[in-house]
Ligand binder design. Structure first.
Ligand code: VG1
Ligand code: CO
Length: 544
């Protein structure tokens, strides 16, 4: 087999966003586009020292083709060993687990996460480092800089690797091992949770759950863990056959895109527990009977009750949440006497804190929760954690959460997304807000008083790196907040995210509908940011 140098010209749009490089499949299918980006990774990361690379994806359209290309480029760049998920499959948390278990120098994960899949939809490439987590910004910026000047890549000529075969295969000097995508991950889950107790609960007559894999990567993981190991009835596992286009749906586990599951759980005679995960398996949505748990509350409840779960019985070192995530977990940390960190949006910012042992649990309002067991958010882990809490406490989902509110107060929370708006209008809106920041504190809008306003900047407490312009943060008297930022994961136009939050200590006022409880915050955001003027929209496209 020969290594072929190919001349190429740089593309100018390969800057990774919140979570890797995400583009339309058609963009990735352009000649040399994927190759350039992969070569840029290998030019930045030294892959020649005899190490192992982990490779897999969420199974979406173009996954297998991309894996064949990446294997050949890896071989031409002197990677000694590649661990590839069978069928090209690895969920994001499983890839993180495999990188850590096998001491790999890094991994390439192919996914556009919760974005739709198919020939006209989205694809993505993410590079993770040796701790199993997303590459930090200095690495992604170097990869981007390289992609702007690249003039060639190296690729091995040869046949495709049989991703469904037993392996190992040799690609030139590179050994490609085909691994069971669920094995390492399942063993890790068995170490953290009380599988015996879970099995008892899931096979019992008075417990019914529904898990919706949304035709995405977690199907086989759920079949193994909930089905084979824990004995959950087949009828409780929904859409567990992964499809390249996710069945034509949006694999995003929220109130809008997992509506069938939500409807089932909101039936008064419905199951006790419902959950869904996203395209690449790192997001989760938790539902009880007639009850939706906001991701911010979920993180707070997990932190407050972690001692009930075997893997966390010794207590937690600290917690972290992304800036737009509600302050519910902060109150738990205060009570536990542990540190709570506020980081920018995106999982890469948790990595250093986890590595340094500063935090055990962390989460984002965007349906992401996880712990120090991997360096990615982890959908199935969150579902198992909740199940373990139900089994150990004997309480229902709604009881656990409403008890929590009684103890800590309720943090009403909602996110309003304005998807696919005009990029220039959205940028102009953020710029205008930024310019107005100094004039905001002290101002009243309706009944709300603004006490602080800034553009969030973060200095990493471990390595001192600084991330600026991470979102407009408006603090309100009484502990409420309005946060606004632009998405860094979209592939079309811009998406404005408006995060709304208020704190209510009085249990008599906990049963309100969040949209009503947050009406004043919603009005404040519209007025201050002039959302309709800048975006032409008078309502959000998704409310969670
Ligand atoms: C969104 C979420 C963010 C999350 C990111 C990746 O980013 O808000 O919290 O980390 O998606 O999640 P943005 O920039 O669009 O707001 V995943 O499951 O799509 O990898
Ligand atoms: Co995801």
């Amino acid at each position: 087999m020969t290594i072929k140098p190919i001349e190429t010209r740089p593309f100018d749009d390969q800057r990774p966003g919140t979570s890797g490089l995400r583009k339309k499949v058609r963009v990735f299918e352009q000649p040399h586009y994927l190759e350039n980006f992969i070569q840029s990774i290998f030019d930045v990361v030294d892959a020649t020292a005899g190490g192992t690379l982990v490779l897999g994806g969420d199974g979406r359209y173009y996954n297998r083709e991309a894996i064949q290309v990446i294997l050949r480029i890896a071989a031409a760049n002197g990677v000694a060993r590649v661990l590839a998920g069978r069928g090209g499959i690895l969920s994001t948390p499983a890839a993180s687990c495999v990188i850590r278990e096998h001491g790999a120098f890094g991994g390439i994960i192919l996914s556009a996460s919760h974005n739709p899949g198919g020939p006209d939809a989205d694809f993505g490439v993410k590079y993770n480092i040796g701790n199993g987590g997303p590459a930090p910004a200095d690495v992604t910026e170097r990869i981007y800089a390289r992609s702007r000047e690249i003039d060639g890549y190296r690729i091995l000529e040869g046949d495709d690797v049989d991703l469904d075969g037993a392996g190992p295969f040799m690609l030139g000097e590179t050994r490609v091992e085909i691994i069971d995508p669920v094995a390492d991950y399942t063993s890790l889950m068995e170490k953290l949770f009380d599988f015996e107790r879970l099995r008892e609960m899931l096979t019992g007559a008075d417990f019914a759950m529904r898990f919706d894999a949304m035709h995405a990567v977690n199907g086989p993981y759920a079949a193994e863990i909930f089905g084979a190991r824990l004995g959950a009835p087949a009828a409780s596992l929904l859409r567990c056959d992964p499809r390249p286009d996710f069945g034509g749906l949006h694999p995003d586990p929220n109130l809008k895109y997992a509506k069938a599951l939500v409807d089932e759980l909101f039936d008064p005679a419905g199951p006790n527990f419902g959950a869904a995960t996203d395209g690449d398996g790192d997001r989760n949505m938790i539902l009880g009977r007639e009850f939706f748990v906001t991701p911010s509350d979920s993180l707070a409840v997990l932190a407050a009750n972690a001692h009930l779960v075997p893997g966390y019985a010794d207590g937690i070192a600290g917690v972290a949440r992304s800036m737009p995530t509600s302050g519910a977990v902060d109150r738990v940390a205060e009570k536990l006497g542990i540190d709570c960190y506020e980081t920018p949006t995106g999982w890469k910012f948790f990595g250093n804190l986890l590595d340094a042992g500063k935090i055990t649990l962390c989460g984002e309002e965007s349906f992401g929760t996880s712990s120090n067991h991997v360096r990615e958010k982890d959908g199935l882990w969150a579902v198992l954690f909740w199940l373990n809490l139900l089994a150990a406490s004997g309480r229902s989902v709604s009881e656990l959460v409403t008890d929590h509110w009684r103890e800590f107060g309720r943090t009403f929370y909602s996110r309003h997304d304005y998807e696919g708006v005009d990029s220039d209008g959205a940028s102009a809106m953020i710029t205008a807000l930024r310019d107005a920041l100094p004039s905001l504190p002290g101002r009243r809008v309706g009944d709300l008083e603004i006490v602080s306003a800034d553009d969030f900047a973060y200095t990493d407490p471990i390595d001192g790196s600084v991330a600026e312009n991470q979102g407009i943060r408006i603090g309100l008297a009484g502990g409420g907040r309005v946060v606004m930022r632009l998405s860094g994961t979209g592939t079309e136009g811009a998406t404005l995210r408006v995060y709304l939050e208020s704190h209510e200590p009085d249990p008599a006022r906990h049963a309100r509908d969040p949209q009503q409880a947050l009406a004043a915050q919603i009005a404040l955001a519209a007025e201050l940011a002039r959302i309709e003027h800048h975006t032409g929209r008078d309502a959000p496209t998704v409310i969670t």
